[in-house]
Write a protein that binds this ligand. Structure first.
Ligand SMILES: C[S@@+](CC[C@H](N)C(=O)[O-])C[C@H]1O[C@@H](n2cnc3c(N)ncnc32)[C@H](O)[C@@H]1O
Length: 359
């Protein structure tokens, strides 16, 4: 075999550092949907839940258990892809290999565990994957790309299908677990007695606050179709004496008064005008010194770091058309307009932070 000597002067190198350029990063991101779809398909198959229940399995056992009709070789490729991405643990090789959950998938992707975050991945697979195929169209037209046609109320459309409503509620809880946990532990609730969570979905945040802070009483406020879901999770939690589900519209109804008002992944769904309108309503429902807390992906002020924030913001274009994610500086400006005295940031847990405005 011939070996070639590379002349450093003629090899591909970066203009600034002489470090050799490789297309690796471009290919990794450009073809990233392959890896993403393998994980999402494993979640769709409830593969991690099966491993948790049944223990290690060979490819042949997985094929039988999932009722697959592709070849055993295809199943081996699928499982080895998951193992090489760090989602499965493998012992042995090919037909003799036994596969099992890795520590993260065992903890976060077993449907039977309370820490299950697969709801967002289930929705990513069934809705967002298809919606994101239309990013270019969204950018060419400036129009949303989901189930709702232009001008139609997104939530009314989404919630017209019970299965989709439940999937959406499960997805929301999954994506916010880290941010909710950090907020519940690090926010100072000592001077507060009441919390109102606007757009509270399945009441997850209210229940977490009530559990961690026994002096707190919470209301989870959401649109009427969501009420039965919130009510059911409150009854199941046994915290019904301190957590209530309220049905209403945060744009048109008078809000219940509370010492702390939270909004998780709400503001990013609306135009700047509607964001400020919601912040004014929260301001009016708070006592002096009360806190308005926004739990979502806050983009860094210099707009350099927050890749997830930019992607989430594009997701809002596809889902709501007018919605967008924002920086802490943006939030400060709107808080000032709404009358709040000062703003602080509770550092991020995963991609999401809590921005707090005090009245
Ligand atoms: C993106 S989800 C966020 C759910 C939850 N707060 C979280 O952080 O995961 C938005 C929520 O706002 C609710 N919502 C939308 N429009 C609303 C309105 N006009 N009044 C009350 N709730 C509304 C939706 O039903 C949904 O539960």
């Amino acid at each position: 075999m011939e070996t070639a000597t590379v002349n450093p002067k003629t090899s591909i190198s970066s203009a600034t550092s002489e470090a050799p350029l490789t297309p690796e990063h471009i290919m990794k991101i450009g073809m990233g949907f392959w890896a993403s779809k393998v994980l999402l398909t494993a979640v769709e198959f409830e593969l991690f839940t099966r491993f948790a229940a049944q223990g290690p399995m060979t490819a042949a056992q997985v094929r039988k258990s999932l009722g697959l009709h592709c070849s055993e070789r295809n199943v081996l490729d699928f499982l080895d892809a998951l193992a090489s991405l760090g989602f499965l643990h493998r012992q042995g090789l090919l037909a003799a290999a036994k596969y099992d959950n890795g520590p993260e998938t065992a903890f976060f992707l077993d449907k039977k565990k309370p820490a299950y975050i697969g709801g967002i991945l289930e929705m990513a697979n069934s809705r967002l994957y298809g919606i994101w195929a239309n990013l270019a169209n969204a950018m060419r037209t400036g129009k949303q790309q989901n189930e709702a046609v232009e001008g139609e109320d997104f939530f009314a459309k989404l919630y017209s299908d019970q299965a989709r409503l439940r999937e959406f509620a499960r997805a929301m809880s999954g994506v916010q677990m880290g941010a909710f946990t950090t907020f519940v532990r690090s926010f100072d609730f000592s001077k507060a007695k009441t919390l109102l969570d606007l757009g509270g979905s399945d009441a997850r945040l209210s229940l977490m606050v009530a559990k961690q802070h026994p002096h707190m009483t919470c209301i989870s406020f959401d649109l009427p179709p969501v009420h039965p879901i919130a009510h059911a999770s409150i009854v199941q939690s046994g915290l019904g004496h301190r957590v209530t589900a309220a049905a209403g519209d945060f744009f048109t109804d008078t809000l219940p008064k509370a010492d702390v008002i939270t909004m998780g992944n709400i503001l990013h769904g609306w135009s700047e005008e509607k964001k400020i309108a919601l912040m004014r309503k929260a301001y009016d429902a708070l006592p002096p010194g009360g806190a308005f807390v926004v739990l979502e992906t806050i983009i860094d002020d210099d707009r350099r770091q927050s890749t997830f924030g930019f992607l989430m913001s594009l997701n809002m274009l596809m889902e709501t058309q007018d919605g967008f994610n924002f920086t802490l500086n943006d939030f400060k400006g709107w808080a000032e307009t709404a009358g709040f005295k000062r703003v602080e940031l509770i550092p991020p847990a995963g991609p999401n932070s809590a921005a707090v405005a005090y009245k």
